[in-house]
Each structure stands twice: as C-alpha cells, then as structure tokens.
Design a protein around this ligand. Structure first.
Ligand SMILES: [Zn+2]
Length: 497
C-alpha cells in the first residue's frame, strides 16, 4: 500500500489536536510505537489513525473511489432531495482483522486495551464529503432519502470462520435452506463480535495469523440501494356505481370485479410522485354494489419510495391530480374524489382511530313482506324515534374474517318513508320503502334489514312485526369523520332535521 500523504506529518498533526492526551512525553511515545508496529504489519496510515483513536475526520483523506458509481445511481433515479442518510455495510473481515491487529500491538508493546475507531466513521465521512461536493446533498442521518452501500471483500469473506475452531466456540455455523438454497447462518456481526470478545489471545494465535496477512486485492462495491421514506396523500372518494369494488378483488390471479375505486385514483398519484408502489387504505368499506355518496369516504394512499416526494408537489399539482382523476373519461361517471392533499405520517392515525367511533348514515331501498300503509309507516317511525341498540351475532357473510361474538351496536337515527314520487295505492309499490339510518361504528346494516336468519335482534321485520324484510339497494350517505384533517365534513341535510 502506498500512502500519498506523509504519514509522519499526519500522525504528528493528529497528536497535537485536542482529542488526544498529549500531556507529557509518554503518550506521544506510545502512540508512535503503535504506529510503528502497525506499519511493520503493512497497515495503511488511515488504520494507524484509527488505532491511535483519532477523531479528526479531515485527516482520513482518500481517493474518490466509488463516488462515480454512487453519483450515477443517484442520477438514474433523480430523487428530489436536499439531504441524504448514507449507510455503509463494510466487509465483515474488518471486525476480526481489527481485533487481531490489536492483539498484535498488545504482544509487541504490552498495552492495555483502548478505543479503536470503527472503520465506518471515516469511510462515511470521506464518501459523504465527496458526495456533498459533487451533488450538493447534505449528509443527515434523519433525511428521508436513505442510501445503503454494501462493500465486499471476497478474499477475506470467510476468514472469521477460524472462530468456530475455538475451544468453547461462541460462533456456531449452521446450514439452513432459504428459498430452496442452502446458506450459512449463525455468523451475523453481533455473534462475531461476541466470539471475538470471548476468544483468548493464545487460542486465536493458534488458529489464525497474528498480525493478519496483508491483502492486496481491493474490496468492491457490491450494491447501492436507494429508498425514500413513504409519503401520504389523503382525500375522500365518492362512488356512484354499483359495479366498483374498493380495491381490485383478485382470487388466484383472477379478477372478480372489473373495476375498482383504488384503480381510478392511486395510479395517478403514483405517477405524479414517480413512486415504486402504493398502498390504498380507507376508513371502513362498502360492498361493490353499495354506492358511497354525500361527502364521500375518507382514504389515504401510502406512496412507496417516491422520487418526487409530496413536499415537492405544489397545491396546483394536487389540483391537477384531482381533476385528472375526476375527468378520466372511462371512470368519471363512477368515481370522484374531493380534497386531495398531502398529510403527515402522524395524521393517518386519525383515520384508524376514527374506525372506533365514527357514525355512518345509510339509505336503503327495502322490500317488506306486508303491504305498508301510511299509518303503519307512521307507527314504526314513532316506535323508532329515539336512538336504540341492536345485538348482532357475527354475520354469516363475514364469518371467515371475524370471530364469532354477539356485539351491541347503536342505531342513532331511523326513518322510514314511502318511495318518493310513487302512488301508494299502486299495489306494485306498496311493499317498498326507503329507510334512512344512522348507525354507530361497526353496525351491519344489511343484517339489520334482513335479520340474518334471526342473528340480528331486533331487526326491521321484528320492529315492523312482519314476516320478513329484504334489502334491495344500499347507499352510504355520510361517513362522520373529519378528513383530510381540518377539512369540515357537515352531515347531509336529510338527517336529524
Ligand atoms: Zn487500512
């Protein structure tokens, strides 16, 4: 190894900076002897600095190797960012080589242990400095853009296996099958660290070379991975069709519904953010054949690994996204959105907590087994004019997803009326009515109407004292949750008036 910089100057400089104790001659002599022993073992000057504990990162200069590849990778993805959180995974052999070198220094100089600087710190410092000057990105461990660099050194990759030969080995390698390939397991860094701390110097000396043999083959840059923290985009959707499921419904690769709400919305959001993927999450759900009207249902999209994070999109960009979704010729009759905006990761808790207490208002077209007179309708409405509770045994249709239990649910508002603009005397209409209901969170409306084989009590038929009732069409009129945060969401006019 050739060092372009005069090692003596660097070491001397380092000695006289504040972080080393330079009172008296003894420490200086010790430090110089350490450097001497390390140089004899063909150690480079940067490792000498690490071994004498220098924290003056400016001293650890290096050539700009790998910086071109790192910059290329950043350019390829063209992330919008001002800072980056850079992490490096260095060759595992560095761990035991440091340890063995220190045993060697101790052998030669009879020294107590002291701190050796981890190779990672100068490495990150040097690469980070180059990166900042080339790209303008500042180094910030809190930055949402994260880069993970893996450096490998094949020739020394299995050197640490000498630790398995120790008298009481801490390191125990086993072969395990992972995705049909046999791989070694049990030699993660923490275990190697433990094994190194446990092995005594004589044991180590008998199993491997001390000082470790110099290596001439340089390590290689194995991979660069870039990942930006997720962004969150929130809005409400209105669904005017009875043929759209909330998300694509796929069983064994086969699509069971042709259209979905998320397909109308999320791909546009993904494209504006140049992201890898997305996750579509809603506050509750309605079945495909149920319309979602009124002010719509709250949802958010987690935008995964965005190249253009939401913070780089303007208010106008969000308006453009919203109108692109709302004017899509194929789907605009079925799905519309409102209030599209970016939200903070902490805000999405609000939508999850809302699950527990939010009220919903429904409108159902129902059929009843008996003819409904105006008097009968009036009687039922009087009977249900105050909020009441129902007991719902887990519905037959959701048995696979929910455990069996009887749950108490609230009906806050109940109002039955004849179909608008129909002739009550026409026998064809006399069995039909429109029911408007406001329920507490988690109530099953379909089951309340048809009774679910008596599993919901009371149900519409028991209340009306008839044989049976059935639900023909259902709309959700209102989901009582303020979303996106600070967006007022008044209930529809028809309720509680
Ligand atoms: Zn070195």
């Amino acid at each position: 190894m050739t060092d372009a910089i005069n090692i003596k100057n660097v070491i001397t400089h380092s000695l006289f900076t504040k972080e080393l104790d330079t009172n008296g001659d003894e420490p200086v002599k010790t430090v110089l002897s350490i450097v001497h022993v390390l140089r004899e073992a063909r150690c480079c000057y940067r490792c000498c600095l690490r071994f004498i504990g220098s924290i003056t990162m400016e001293d650890y200069t290096a050539s700009e190797q790998w910086i071109d590849r790192v910059c290329e990778e950043l350019e390829k993805h063209s992330y919008k960012a001002t800072a980056i959180n850079m992490n490096a995974e260095l060759p595992v052999s560095n761990m035991h080589r440091d340890h063995l070198l220190w045993i060697h220094v101790g052998d030669q100089l009879a020294l107590e242990h002291h701190d050796i600087r981890d190779l990672k710190n100068p490495f990150r410092h040097i690469l980070g400095k180059c990166l900042t000057s080339r790209t303008g990105l500042s180094m910030d461990p809190e930055a949402p853009l994260r880069m993970n660099i893996i450096i490998q050194h094949e020739p020394s990759a299995s050197e640490h296996l000498f630790l398995t030969q120790a008298q009481n080995p801490v390191l125990k390698i086993r072969k395990v099958r992972q995705k049909r390939v046999w791989v070694t397991a049990g030699d993660g860094r923490p275990v190697i660290r433990q094994a190194l701390n446990a092995i005594d110097a004589d044991d180590a000396r008998s199993l491997t070379a001390i000082p470790p043999l110099p290596v001439d083959i340089k390590p290689t840059l194995a991979s660069i991975a870039l990942m930006h923290a997720s962004c969150f985009v929130a809005a409400r959707y209105i669904k005017l069709s009875r043929e759209y499921s909330q998300t694509p419904w796929v069983i064994k690769g086969k699509r069971l519904t042709e259209h979905s709400v998320s397909d109308c919305i999320a791909p546009v959001v993904q494209r504006y953010h140049r992201s890898d993927a997305y996750k579509f999450t809603t506050a509750g759900r309605e079945d495909a054949n149920v319309r979602m009207l009124g002010t719509g249902r709250p949802f958010y999209i987690e935008v995964i690994n965005p190249r253009t994070p939401s913070d780089y999109l303007s208010k106008e960009d969000f308006e453009k996204m919203e109108s692109e979704i709302n004017q899509a010729p194929e789907t605009k009759e079925a799905v519309q959105i409102r209030h599209l905006t970016k939200v903070q990761p902490g805000d999405i808790e609000h939508i999850k907590q809302g699950e527990e207490f939010k009220q919903k208002t429904y409108r159902a077209l129902i059929w009843m087994s008996d003819v409904l007179t105006d008097e009968r309708i009036a009687e039922i409405n009087v009977q249900c004019s105050k909020p009441f509770k129902i007991l719902q045994n887990t519905p037959v249709r959701v048995f696979q997803r929910r455990s069996a239990a009887i749950r108490e649910k609230d009906i806050h508002y109940f109002h039955l009326e004849r179909l608008p603009a129909t002739d009550a005397k026409d026998p064809a209409n006399a069995h039909f009515a429109v029911l408007t209901l406001t329920t507490g969170a988690g109530a099953y409306v379909k089951e309340f109407v048809h009774g679910d084989l008596g599993r919901t009590q009371p149900n519409l038929a028991t209340i009306a004292q008839i044989k049976s009732a059935d639900l023909i069409e259902l709309d959700v009129l209102h989901v009582d949750l303020e979303w996106p945060p600070n967006t007022p969401n008044p209930p529809p006019h028809i309720v509680h008036n």
